[in-house]
Design a binder for this molecule. Structure first.
Ligand SMILES: *Cc1c(COP(=O)(O)O)cnc(C)c1O
Length: 473
């Protein structure tokens, strides 16, 4: 029974929350180089937390009941529009929701019988998810394997009469490079197709990097042919999670993202987002973060981020056996190993208290590790490089993961439907992953090596099963 028979005190609850979080990665300090974004400034965090709590119980469901939501959203969306070439916006819960709504608007406006979405292979899976949810087919275009950018000519050839939207990323997450937005948007415009720029990670970063001296090509709504852009404030806006903005050049396109229903006898439903009842906490948190940092704050974070990225790239270039992929144009840096198994390196770094994000090989791009450099990274960049160098040395000594003979074939041919969760957990245990509650953090190199060897559809099936075992009751 998970519900206590009688209520518990706040102190008791908070003690348990602290215990539950014991094995979490730290969200502050810069030693986790993915998932979390840290300004390193406690007063910003304090402002966000307090405004979040203040708005926590306000419901975005009905803007006429809670005008604070409208005013705050206008201010937040307005700030993003000012930075990204204008437009008409929606505040959403994250990049995935922004992308979902952009695809929905494009689908509804185009009204094609067999709609498709043309995107580079480096585009975020949120587009595949949106396509899957919305009944749209994905047409993936390869990228140049030197620059990791899509070529506009390839996009042009992929577009057909059923294409509802073309995507470019600024930057794409895997290698942190910016697709040729102007060229891709021109190709889309010539075909009469909307072009969405996925600036989920870069929208609130690239302008500040540019101000700090980085060469950033135009990528926003001011570029002819760009019809919508997504920008996550819960990434380089440093807002608490649940904050993204989607901007449309054309207000009619924004209307196509909205949803209203009069088809029931209850309250009137009018939604700007996928969610209906929705806490205004994230909106309050994002608003307060923007107000607390201001232009100066973001400009300073931009300078620190750019400097940290330069040092990281230079430092990585000096570590034998490692190589940075492409020429990162933002503060996302991916590096592969030549005589170093990067999955082993990641486990070694983890044991030294640092999390580096593994990325599996895909579409001709080798397996690699991904670092998201944020404002707080600069203070620890030398320490990070030292850990990466030590971990690379240790990984070289340990040698690459050698899988038991036939394991990959066994997994590839598994009939997952015929396997119950217990049998799957047993299989996981055989490669060193203990899925039982409280088992702690496993070494991931073997798992990553197995996944890396599998085709994407098998990876997906295994991952879904993994999740269901993790949440098994
Ligand atoms: C993070 C990210 C997304 C998805 O955002 P969520 O907020 O995790 O839903 C989409 N595109 C890019 C480029 C991203 O970095």
């Amino acid at each position: 029974m998970n519900l206590p028979p009688t209520g518990r005190t706040v102190d008791d609850l908070l003690a348990e929350v602290a215990r539950l979080k014991e094995h979490d990665l730290p969200v502050r300090g810069g030693q986790v180089t993915a998932y979390v974004y840290d300004t390193g400034r406690a007063e910003v965090n304090d402002a966000a937390t307090r405004a979040y709590l203040e708005m926590l119980e306000v419901n975005c469901l009905d803007p006429t009941a809670f005008p604070s939501v409208v005013e705050m959203e206008r201010q937040v969306v307005g700030a993003v529009a000012d930075l990204l070439g204008g437009g008409h916006g929606v505040f959403t819960s994250g990049g995935t929701e922004s992308i979902m709504l952009a695809v929905k608007a494009a689908r509804d406006r185009a009204a094609r019988p067999r709609p498709n979405l043309v995107l580079p292979v480096t585009a975020h899976p949120a587009f595949h998810k949106a396509a899957h949810y919305l009944g749209v087919r994905v047409v993936a275009v390869p990228v140049d394997l030197e620059t990791y950018k899509v070529r506009a000519g390839d996009v042009e050839r992929a577009v057909d009469e059923d294409t509802i939207m073309v995507v470019a990323s600024a930057p794409s997450y895997p290698q942190g490079v910016i697709d040729p937005v102007a060229e891709v948007a021109a190709v889309a415009a010539a075909a009469g197709v909307p072009c969405h720029v996925d600036a989920c990670v870069g929208g609130w970063l690239l302008p500040w990097l540019r101000e700090a001296g980085a060469a950033v090509p135009p990528f926003d709504l001011s570029v002819p042919g760009v019809t919508s852009i997504s920008c996550d404030l819960h990434k380089f806006g440093y807002a608490p999670k649940g904050a993204s903005v989607l901007l449309f050049a054309d207000p009619a396109m924004r209307r196509a993202a909205y949803f209203a229903s009069g088809a029931w006898p209850g309250y009137t439903v009018i939604n700007a987002t996928v969610q209906s009842s929705r806490s205004a906490g994230p909106l309050g948190g994002a608003w307060a973060t923007l107000q607390s940092l201001g232009r100066d704050g973001y400009a300073e974070l931009g300078r620190a981020t750019l400097e940290a990225t330069r040092r990281l790239r230079a430092g990585l270039a000096g570590i034998p056996g490692l190589r940075v992929l492409g020429r990162p144009e933002s503060s996302l840096v991916a590096f592969a190993g030549d005589d170093v198994d990067v999955f082993v390196l990641a486990d070694e770094a983890r044991a030294r208290g640092w999390f580096l994000q593994p990325q599996l090989s895909y579409a001709g791009i080798p397996a690699n590790l991904h670092v998201t450099v944020t404002g707080v990274t600069l203070a620890g960049v030398e320490a990070m490089l030292k850990v990466i160098a030590e971990s690379a040395g240790a990984a070289r000594e340990r040698g690459p993961v050698v899988l038991p003979d036939g394991l990959v074939e066994l997994v590839a041919e598994l009939d997952l439907a015929a396997l119950d969760d217990a049998a799957f957990a047993e299989l996981a245990a055989s490669v060193g992953v203990d899925l039982r509650p409280g088992a702690g953090q496993p070494e991931m190199a073997v798992v990553n090596t197995v996944l890396d060897a599998l085709p994407a559809p098998v990876r997906e099936a295994v991952l879904v099963r993994f999740l269901s075992v993790v949440y098994a009751s």
